[in-house]
Write a protein that binds this ligand. Structure first.
Ligand code: F3S
Length: 290
């Protein structure tokens, strides 16, 4: 059996930066006398991976799960997650005099700025993305006017005719590249005048392109990543379309790969928030056992 690991599998720049930031702050606090140390929190999980979050918890880093919880936090350090947060969250942190460490991915910050600037100028602004995802909720939280999300091409199809209406359109960093093109097409055909900035992150684009190619040439495909990781789910969706035997796992324990002579090539990829150790564990297991 040939096993091939995608070159792009694992931590992207933004995730690596956010995780490093937490460890740097931990090290900085450790150097202080115990009475001077402040508790360290992240707002939301720092990245969408349970193993990463649990490891940080074992070092004393707690997760603030909601705005209400944040309101009760005082005299602490709060690290903002890679997916970013809305303006209101920064305001609460300032009001509570918390030490803010911003680990938002710079690419997400760029979208927040774009949405803020364009809505402030009165432009109708749409975001292709999942309205329930924290990244999108954070971006929407920077809007200063008319904003809406378009989760998929089907939702774009349901929109009324555009009649030349001007729209400023961006995308969630992890949005499916092909679906974004379809949405732009639909809007243009409906008569909207669309000013598009493709804000899909290059790391996402590269991962999706490589995963698609690998899945095409694999008899079984393994996608490793957190259950709440949007980019992992997209990789699974893309690989499943090319390779029927695609599995989504969080760790090696979830793997269900049967010994089958028909499986000659196995491809492995992983979401942008999946740590290297977890990927290596799966790779070693598949190489040794099959
Ligand atoms: Fe940032 Fe792109 Fe990763 S937006 S968090 S570098 S997937």
């Amino acid at each position: 059996m040939n096993v091939k690991l995608a070159k792009t599998a694992g931590f992207c720049f933004g995730v690596q930066r956010a995780v490093n930031t937490v460890y740097e702050i931990l090290a900085r606090e450790q150097e202080k006398a115990p009475e001077d140390r402040k508790p360290i929190f992240t707002f939301g999980p720092i990245v969408h991976n349970d193993q990463v979050v649990q490891k940080l918890k074992s070092r004393g880093v707690e997760v603030i799960a909601s705005e209400d919880e944040l309101k009760n936090v005082k005299n602490a350090i709060v690290i903002i997650r890679a997916h970013g947060v809305g303006k209101r969250i920064y305001d609460i942190m300032h009001d509570n005099h918390l030490e803010i460490i911003d680990a938002s991915c710079p690419f997400v910050r760029k979208i927040q700025r774009l949405v803020h600037d364009h809505t402030s100028q009165g432009e109708t602004t749409w975001i292709a993305g999942n309205p329930l995802h924290p990244e999108i909720q954070g971006i929407v939280g920077w809007a200063d006017g008319d904003v809406r999300t378009i989760p998929d091409p089907e939702s774009a199809e349901r929109l009324p005719e555009g009649n030349g209406q001007k729209i400023f359109l961006v995308a969630q960093t992890t949005f499916n590249v092909d679906k974004f093109k379809v949405i732009v097409d639909i809007l243009q055909k409906k008569g909207y005048y669309v000013n598009v900035i493709n804000t899909i992150c290059n790391a996402t684009f590269e991962r999706q392109t490589e995963a698609k190619e690998l899945a095409k040439h694999s008899d079984a495909m393994i996608v490793i990543g957190g259950s709440s990781s949007s980019n992992t789910k997209k990789l699974f969706e893309i690989c499943s379309a090319e390779c029927q035997k695609t599995q989504l796992i969080q760790t090696v324990k979830d793997l269900e790969l049967e010994k089958d002579d028909a499986i000659g090539n196995v491809g492995i990829t992983a979401g942008a928030s999946t740590p290297k150790e977890i990927i290596e564990e799966v790779l070693t297991y598949v190489r040794n056992e099959f």
